[in-house]
Design a protein around this ligand. Structure first.
Ligand code: GLU
Length: 435
């Protein structure tokens, strides 16, 4: 049988909107939300067809000389979903579960995400099927450079600008920037974002996604008439997004009562000292052995009685199997696609206020935009300016989505899709079809 990632994404045919052939296929989930919003927007059939298809999908084989002298061949993907509003923007992930459908869905989400916060980018995503935790630094560097060379035709500050995602970081971005710069013959800092600050990265970029989550959670609690001070929070995923989100929510007065990572989690109703947990993870790499409070599984953490649930790890953690058990009042989707489309209705029925991923985690790409602007202008901002501008964008975007949700009597997710699809559609109408 052909590997899953080779299946063409547009082979997915849903008999009707509420029937899912595969609940956990992220592309199918993205498409069903898109369909709902397109219908409400009364999107014309031609544009509807255009926006259901990715512009470009690259699948490439990446041979890498491993430390033991043997050659291994990895599979790499880069998808440009839509570039009508500007250069394609989106992270690159290194993970064993990467598939073409997943990367395509993530690239579409980047398109909608950039449009929700109204920054002048299209959407892209990349992935390499590998287990980076089992690879040496040298192997990772060779993999990154060869992958970069394989997709070099799309890369560039005006065409396609990668960033970190699951299991990639500033160091990986530095290798991509260097490889691209060597190929074009001069240093091009704006070809990636999320770089080390010393080489053109932006202050505040590393914290930006978590900061954005804090800002929209704060606004959601205020909107619901709930106190930010003392609000209880459970955080799934203690990487860049979850740990910073938890830390900043704690600074706002929230009580973080549970945290977890891939090794499991910890629950302490008295509150977890997030700074200490971050220090622990810096030293031990994971939360394994943290031993503060009671051990909980990732599944148990999701159903704890809390005011806010912050899923900040991977896709498909809230599904039709567990959505009915979720007791949070607010879900802030720090991860991309943590809730399956089939689970949306269950959360709605329970009256849970969901801040959808394309809004909740848009802080990262917003500061990526700031980084790209600073690189191109050669003039760098203070962290205070970065954070103030980020707050402005997140607060205004949250308000715009909430406004649309109220106006159309739809949930925040549908409103966010409506806002972004209408922005992308407007540009398509203005540009017309090149023939
Ligand atoms: N990987 C992040 C995301 O999913 C950031 C993307 C970017 O900054 O380009 O939003």
């Amino acid at each position: 049988m052909a590997p899953d990632f080779l299946l063409p994404t547009n082979s997915i045919v849903r008999p009707d909107k509420d029937t899912f052939l595969n609940e956990v296929n992220p592309f199918e989930g993205m498409m069903s939300r898109f369909d709902r919003a397109a219908e409400l927007l009364d999107l014309e059939p031609g544009l509807y067809k255009v926006l259901r298809h990715p512009e470009k999908q690259i699948i490439t084989s990446i041979p890498v000389m491993m430390d033991n002298g043997e050659v291994e061949v990895f599979q790499g993907i880069r998808v440009l979903y839509n570039t009508s509003r500007g250069p394609a923007k989106g992270g690159i992930r290194f993970d064993l579960n990467v598939t073409l459908d997943e990367v395509t869905a993530l690239a579409a989400w980047m398109t909608w995400k950039c449009a929700v916060v109204n920054i002048p980018f299209g959407g892209a995503k990349g992935g390499v099927i590998c287990d980076p935790l089992k690879m040496s630094v040298g192997e990772l560097e060779r993999l990154t450079r060869r992958y970069t060379a394989s997709i070099i035709s799309t890369l560039g500050p005006d065409s396609d600008v990668p960033a970190p995602d699951v299991n990639t970081n500033e160091r990986v971005m530095a290798w991509i920037m260097d490889t691209y710069s060597m190929r074009v013959g001069h240093t091009v800092t704006a070809v990636v974002t999320g770089k080390p600050v010393e080489m053109g990265g932006s202050l505040g970029r590393r914290e930006a996604t978590g900061r954005g989550c804090m800002l929209v959670t704060r606004d959601a609690l205020k909107h619901l008439g709930m106190d930010v001070k003392g609000a209880t929070v459970a955080v799934q995923g203690f990487g860049n997004v979850g740990s910073v989100g938890a830390q900043l929510l704690q600074r706002e007065g929230c009580k973080i009562i549970a945290i977890s990572d891939r090794t499991g989690g910890w629950h302490d109703p008295k509150g977890i000292d997030v700074d200490a947990a971050i220090e622990y993870v810096k030293k031990h790499k994971t939360l394994e052995g943290y031993n503060k409070g009671t051990a909980v599984t990732n599944e148990e953490l999701l159903t704890l009685e809390v005011d806010v649930l912050l899923p900040a790890a991977l896709e498909n953690v809230i599904t039709t199997k567990n959505a009915a058990q979720i007791r949070a009042k607010v879900i802030c989707e720090g991860a991309n696609g943590p809730t399956t489309a089939a689970a949306d209705a269950i959360l709605d029925e329970k009256g849970i206020f969901v801040i959808p991923d394309i809004l909740a985690n848009a802080g990262g790409v917003t500061v990526s935009y700031f980084e790209w602007v600073q690189d191109r202008g050669g003039y760098f901002w203070t962290e205070k300016v970065v954070n103030e501008r980020l707050e402005d964008i997140m607060v205004n975007s949250f308000a715009a989505v909430l406004n649309l949700a109220t106006q159309h009597k739809v949930n925040m997710r549908t409103a966010a899709y409506m806002l972004s699809i209408s922005r992308v559609a407007t540009v398509h109408r203005l540009r017309g079809i090149y023939a």
